[in-house]
Ligand binder design. Sequence first.
Ligand code: DON
Length: 308
Amino acid sequence: MSSAAGAVTDALHELRTRFAGVRDGVPADYIPQLAMADPEAFGLALISMDGHRYSTGEADVPFTMQSVSKPFVYALALCELGLDGVSRWVNAEPSGEAYNAISLEPGTGRPDNAMVNAGAIVTTALIPDTADTPRFDRILDCLSRFAGRQLDVDEAVYASEVATGDRNRALAYLIRSAGPLPVDPVGAVETYFRQCAVRVTTLDLAAMAATLANGGVNPLNGDVVVEEPVAAQVLAVMATCGMYDTSGDWLLRVGLPAKSGVSGGLIAAGPARFGLAAYSPRLDPTGTSVRGRIALGALSERLGLHLM
Ligand code: DON
């Protein structure tokens, strides 16, 4: 093992050991099935541009993507419509608000960005069915290519969010009333719930982040998932909006484009260097993994990963 590889392995192990005792936060319960998660599960993973995989803890335990799906579906929409085509429907400004805020630009009704729920629902709605492939299958195929393996849906989590997701339905109807939802709100939200329920592991998320960091090419298998400009656009929106109302503080302290999800997954990307992921279901009040946030922050400091 090279000394750089040894430093990564040591850092992951040590940070997991250091933060595994943190008991702040609880798993999300507004989607009841997410409350069943083991609050002590804690995985960390890093994948480099040459495809080396480093991990520690519960890095193979499955959980659902939730909001970590949003940048990847945004990537698919950018491939379909281009930046100007997508930006007609969804803006790319930090909202400074929570993930489930009512986010509608005065005048146009566009959500602020594709990382908050309102913007993600519109982004999902922009993916067209094709003659032989329904919208959701195209999304699942795209997410799978980012991960480098075939992913599937956790039907229990999906059903749980369908049963309780009235706020997202309300957001979709508000957006349509303001103009920019090109499809039926109920269908758009159900597809969005399904993408949130796609099952991954911490190592899968590290591969997905690494693919963005690698200009859209999956470093595990060489698959060109998206073109380089699309990967750069997604990383830009993750940097400014991926951590919602803590995006500025995150960029200041950790210095990496990132995205969190309420199941406890968290990704960060070092362009041309690595994809990084954490999983721990104890959440802070903003819906971000408590241990994930501190572990990735400490890793950035220890390995000098801050981009600025
Ligand atoms: O729409 C929701 O509320 C969830 N399916 C996803 C929210 C989420 O992951 C927010 N991120 N931290």
